[in-house]
Design a protein around this ligand. Structure first.
Ligand code: IPM
Ligand code: MG
Length: 355
């Protein structure tokens, strides 16, 4: 197959980690006879420096016109003082909204090789950590009105029934493909938007009788993720709660550097990115863990292109690499062999085999 991939290297460690993911994709193309064409897109701080805009329209268009988009990370201290509507992160939010990718899928799964890297007690880890956070991505407080008037700042949180329903359905469908348990997370003891969220989820539940729906308040969920993570199969939640809980969930699996994500809307053109940030403190030092981005590329093959075998091949190559005892600094533990970003990518490519 021939696929056109828009590639956003971004800021900080972005260019390094994306470079390794492309190395892996090139190897997949060679093994399976595909052609992946890459179109570079400027977004984030680098686009502010170049065009004075974190995502110019022409750059967004390249993404919308592609078959899918691979993104490293954006942002950094250098752009901290630019006005809110011009921040690098604004480019990312505009990209998500412009592509209409309302459903963000963030797996929290512990690799058996990395059980020691989890900060949780062994018996909690041994009970199993394997769940998915389905995060609403283009609504809620992220996209409400933001303004500052004198000494008062205002951020507006809005959800319509239609917005809740479309992400709710993804939650139910994701659970149907797994262990059929869906936990809807909200703050219905305080927020109107959460009470609407809960009502819509329960109405939808009637259409998915094979899925067991439960409700959980977000503060309790934050606690349960560290206390008893094995209880979760699929969590569905709104934009900001999903942002916070997914960082927490990633950490219990060992490192945020390992976690990929997919974002999809009405079409197969998805956005794939690791859930970590641009880590400016280690940028350009060949220290970053590219696995979150490499696994995001695997998700791209699986969800946008139905290339299941190819996606499995990448995931197996990552597993074989970890079996070899190699570790980037973020997941280093006793007895591991320290490697940099580039060597990590090269070793994963070496382990790639046609399934
Ligand atoms: C994430 C990030 C972004 C978000 C930032 C960079 C805007 O934290 O993808 O989780 O809050 O969505
Ligand atoms: Mg986040």
């Amino acid at each position: 197959m021939v696929k056109n991939i828009a590639v956003i290297r971004g800021d900080g460690i972005g260019p390094e980690i994306v470079g390794e993911a492309l190395r892996v994709l090139d190897k997949v193309a060679e093994l399976y006879g595909h052609t992946f064409n890459y179109t570079d897109v400027d977004m984030g701080g680098c686009a502010i420096d170049k065009y004075g805009d974190p995502l110019p329209e022409a750059e967004l268009k390249k993404c919308v016109d592609a078959d899918s988009v691979l993104l490293g990370a954006v942002g950094g201290d250098k752009w901290n003082d630019v006005p809110g509507h011009m921040r690098p992160e604004k480019g990312l939010l505009r990209l998500r909204a412009g592509m209409g990718v309302y459903s963000n899928n963030r797996p929290a799964k512990i690799w058996r090789q990395l059980a020691d890297a989890s900060p949780l007690k062994k018996e909690i880890v041994d009970a199993g950590i394997d769940f998915i956070i389905v995060r609403e991505l283009i609504g809620g407080i992220y996209f409400g009105e933001h303004k500052t008037e004198g000494d008062t700042a205002i951020d507006v949180l809005t959800y319509s029934e239609a917005e809740i329903e479309r992400i709710g359905r993804i939650g139910f469908e994701t659970a149907q493909k797994r262990n059929k348990k869906l936990c809807s997370v909200e703050k219905s003891n305080v927020l109107d938007s959460s009470r609407l969220w809960k009502k819509v989820m329960h109405r939808l539940a009637e259409e998915y009788p094979d899925v067991e729906l439960s409700d959980m308040l977000v503060d309790n969920c934050a606690m349960q993720i560290v206390k008893n993570p094995s209880q979760f199969d699929v969590i569905v939640t709104e934009n900001m709660f999903g942002d916070i809980l997914s960082d927490e969930a990633s950490m219990i699996t060992g490192s945020i550097g390992m976690i990929p994500s997919s974002s999809l809307g009405a079409t197969k053109c998805g956005l794939y990115e690791p859930i970590h940030g641009s880590a400016p403190d280690i940028a350009g030092q060949d220290k970053a863990n590219p696995i979150g981005t490499i696994l995001s590329a695997a998700m791209m093959l699986r969800y946008s292109y139905d290339m299941t075998e190819e996606a499995n091949a990448i995931e197996n190559a990552v597993s074989a690499y970890l079996d070899g005892g190699y570790r980037t600094a973020d997941i280093m533990s006793d007895g591991g062999k320290l490697v940099g970003c580039k060597q990590c990518g090269e070793l994963i490519v070496k382990n790639l085999k046609k399934e």
